[in-house]
Ligand binder design. Sequence first.
Ligand code: FAD
Length: 448
Amino acid sequence: MRYDAIVVGAGISGLLSALCLSKEGKSVLVLEKSDFVGGNARSYNVDGYTVDTGPHAITCIPNGPLARLLNKYNGGMPKLVPHGHYYFRTGKGLHPVPSAIKDWAGFKAISNMDKIVFSRLILAEMIRESVSIDNSERSVYDAVKDYNVSDNAFRMIDTLCHFMSGKSMKKTPAKRMFSGFGLEGMKKMNIVDTLYGLKRFFISHSNSKNQWYPIGGLGAIVNSITDAFSEDLVTVKTGTSVDKIIIKNGKAVGVESEGEVYNSDIVVYSGFIKDLDKVVTEKLPEHFSKDLKKIKQAKSYTLWLGINGKIPGMDYKGSEIWYETGEPFWAMPTSNLDASLAPAGHQLITFSFIVKDSVEKTRKEGWDTILSVYPGIDKKIVMKHEQVTIPEKAAITTDSFFPGPVSPFSGLYLVGTDVDKRSMGMTRAAHSVEDMLVAMKKEGLFKN
Ligand SMILES: Cc1cc2nc3c(=O)[nH]c(=O)nc-3n(C[C@H](O)[C@H](O)[C@H](O)COP(=O)(O)OP(=O)(O)OC[C@H]3O[C@@H](n4cnc5c(N)ncnc54)[C@H](O)[C@@H]3O)c2cc1C
């Protein structure tokens, strides 16, 4: 069979690619190895609860690349609600994550001495950024190590790094942690915007206003894409693993799955780019293969709990990070954002952990940590569901490699979270698709 384009993988980046290409008039075949579409952006039913593939707070959705593409290509967006605030939880309770200088004073998760040290550190990093010192290889650990930060604050930063980049503070780029403090980009601003930026930073900046959650669960986003497929242009085959991307004389000509060949001059690959050399039938350039080896991934263990009633202290909208003892976690009471995700009178909560050694160790120590933070929670649990996933196909590390959408072979394009390092997960995947379309347009593959 011949198609105008073949998309390998039906996660958010593959499905979005298929939608955009089909709306540009191309016939598209999507091949997905698992029995369902959505990849890491899926929702499904467990005993009457709608669980997602891990907790999700999606960045800059209403004006980000996902919304831009869906609006342009008739996908439409599901209804979104603000994710709410981020909190640190400590033995003393919940502490909203400070996002403007004025919030620091009331922030009780760290000592006053740590606050003073942190302020010096943040200011120094901002100045570094504004005088354009090359920070790309500098880790958060490099930035923090010479300051007299307490063990508690150190652990807090390390935990944040794990959840922001997938790796420890020694591997997380300093830029990734310190560029969110509101003064970023001020070099290029006019005086009015600069004053506005300063006001945001010192008085009213909020780190939670740009994070969203779709009503109906994460799968609502996938549905808004697949509902917009026109049947005569998009064919989706699940349970079909692509074994080979066929390259002839440096050009993609199709793919092979279990001995069956599908022909096309355009192949969009959304599988693990770190494994690309195992899939393509011609040798990748040596420098590219070498760069692929720099890609590192993190693994996560997520526990979903259905609760009879509500957990005291989990009555907020947003999510919390625990870092003081045991296994650090990121937790979110998702049914507080959309009550329909849990049966009436019940709460749906998700706890996500980074797997540092083995899943078994994380499962055991994670559970012990949950019990110590929420004593008695075990008596209220009526549903328990586990997921082990790789949240992003490439962790953001100091020496990572993100190739962009154009591969070394003509006609083979790359999309997904290991292609682009801007933003987080879903938004990062959408950025990669947007850039792929720009590259295709430049190569004359379509006009709009
Ligand atoms: C626990 C957890 C928490 C997260 N939290 C957030 C968050 O808060 N905010 C956020 O924006 N993002 C978050 N994410 C990340 C986000 O879900 C993913 O980054 C995004 O869904 C990835 O999309 P993708 O298309 O790049 O990759 P994937 O979803 O991995 O899709 C790739 C697809 O390709 C298929 N495939 C691979 N190889 C082949 C092959 N050879 N043949 C056929 N099919 C193949 C796979 O089966 C898969 O379906 C989280 C993820 C997890 C797991």
